[in-house]
Design a protein around this ligand. Structure first.
Ligand code: PEP
Ligand code: MN
Length: 340
C-alpha cells in the first residue's frame, strides 16, 4: 500500500501517523521524501487496512494498493531514480553513464594491471574481472579464486579503478569485504540464501538477470536483497535464452525502459554475454545506451584468442577504446536531444 502525504504535513504529524500505522497494523513503513511530497510505502499484510479511514486523515493526499509483489524495488515506493554512491566520487543512476570493463577472468597480475590501465585510459570507471567463475563445465578454468581477488586489488591500487567481481557463495562474503561492487551472476540470481546474506551488508550489489528470468522474477530477487536492508542494488541485463542460437543470448533491450518504469533501481547492460561475439558488442552497447541504460559492463582482454574464458566475446583494448568513445559520444547526443 502506498500513502501519499500532503505537502503541508509536518514532520511531527508524519512521525505520529507512521507510528500509528506500525502499531495498529503491524506493518513496516518505508518513507520516501521528495521535494513536493512524502510517500509512505507499507510492507506486510495490509489487507485489514481500511483505505477510506486512511484517506480521511488530514495529512493524506491519496492512498492506493500496490499490486506488484516487489515493494522496496518498486518505483511507486520511491518515485526518484536511486543513485548509488561508490567511494564518494562516483554515482551510478540518475543520468550518468559508467562503463565497467575488464577480462572475464583474472588470469595474472600483468594481465589484469595492463588491462586496467588501458580501459581506464579509454574512460572506464570500474574494473571488472572474475576470480570465482561459474563455468558450465567442471573441467573448464574455475578462476584464480582468492588470489584473483588479491590481483584485482593490486590493479585497483595501480589505477584507482574500483573493482567489480562475482561472488558464488554466502560463506565468501567476508573475503569480498574490500570489493567495491559485488556481482551476483545470472546463474545465482535465484540463490535466495545468498541474496538474503547480501541483504545484510552495506555494499552495492550488481544483480544480473537470470538466463530465463522474467522481469518480475528479477525484481523479486532485488527485493530479497532490499528486504534485508541493503538498498544498493544495481540491475544488469545480460541477455536471456530464446530460440535464437546465432547470438549467445538475446539482449532484451525492452527490459531497460520496462525496468526503469517499474523500478527506481539503476540498470546497466552487459552486451558481451548477450552477444557472445566481439563484433556485436558495439551495436548492442550503443542500443543499450540509446534505450536508457545507466552503464555498461564490457569484457576486454589483452589477448582474446588465448583468454581462459569468454575470449570470443572479448574486445581488445584498442577495440574497447573505439566502443567507449562512440558510447560516450552517443550519450552526449542523447543528453542534448533530451534537454531540448
Ligand atoms: C561474467 O560476468 O563473467 C558472467 C559469468 O556473467 P553472467 O553471470 O551474466 O553469465
Ligand atoms: Mn564472462
Amino acid at each position: 500500500m502506498i500513502i501519499v502525504l500532503k505537502s503541508s504535513a509536518s514532520p511531527e504529524q508524519i512521525m505520529n501517523f507512521t507510528n500509528m500505522l506500525k502499531e495498529e497494523y503491524n506493518v513496516k513503513v518505508n518513507k520516501w521524501e521528495g521535494v513536493q511530497s512524502t510517500v509512505l510505502g507499507l510492507i506486510g499484510d495490509t489487507t485489514k487496512i481500511d483505505m477510506d479511514y486512511i484517506d480521511a486523515q488530514d495529512i493524506v493526499e491519496n492512498v492506493k494498493r500496490v499490486q506488484e509483489p516487489y515493494k522496496k524495488a518498486n518505483r511507486k515506493f520511491h518515485p526518484d531514480d536511486t543513485k548509488i554512491k561508490i567511494n564518494d566520487d562516483i554515482t551510478i543512476g540518475g543520468g550518468s553513464l559508467h562503463i565497467m570493463a575488464g577480462p572475464c577472468s583474472v588470469e595474472s597480475e600483468t594481465q589484469i594491471v595492463d588491462i586496467a590501465k588501458s580501459v581506464k585510459a579509454s574512460g572506464a570507471t570500474f574494473l571488472r574481472g572474475g576470480a570465482f567463475k561459474p563455468r558450465t563445465s567442471p573441467y573448464a578454468f574455475q578462476g584464480l579464486k582468492a588470489e584473483g581477488l588479491d590481483l584485482l586489488k593490486i590493479a585497483r591500487k595501480e589505477t584507482g579503478l574500483p573493482i567489480v567481481t562475482e561472488i558464488m557463495r554466502a560463506s565468501h562474503i567476508d573475503m569480498f569485504e574490500n570489493v567495491d561492487i559485488i556481482q551476483v551472476g545470472a546463474r545465482n540470481m535465484q540463490n535466495f540464501e545468498l541474496l538474503k546474506e547480501l541483504g545484510k551488508i552495506d555494499k552495492p550489489i550488481l544483480l544480473k538477470r537470470g538466463l530465463s528470468a522474467t522481469i518480475e522474477e528479477w525484481l523479486m530477487s532485488a527485493e530479497y536483497i532490499m528486504a534485508g536492508g541493503n538498498d544498493k542494488v544495481i540491475l544488469c541485463e545480460r541477455g536471456i535464452r530464446t530460440y535464437e542460437t546465432f547470438t549467445r543470448n538475446t539482449l532484451d533491450i525492452s527490459a531497460i525502459p520496462v525496468v526503469k518504469a517499474l523500478s527506481h533501481l539503476p540498470v546497466i547492460v552487459d552486451p558481451s554475454h548477450a552477444a557472445g561475439k566481439s563484433w556485436l558488442v558495439e551495436p548492442l552497447a550503443m542500443a543499450a545506451v540509446a534505450a536508457g541504460a545507466d552503464g555498461l559492463i564490457i569484457e576486454v582482454h589483452n589477448d582474446p584468442p588465448h583468454a581462459l574464458s569468454d575470449g570470443a566475446q572479448s574486445l581488445t583494448p584498442e577495440q574497447f577504446d573505439k566502443v567507449a568513445n562512440k558510447v560516450f559520444a552517443l550519450k552526449n547526443s542523447i543528453n542534448e536531444i533530451n534537454s531540448k
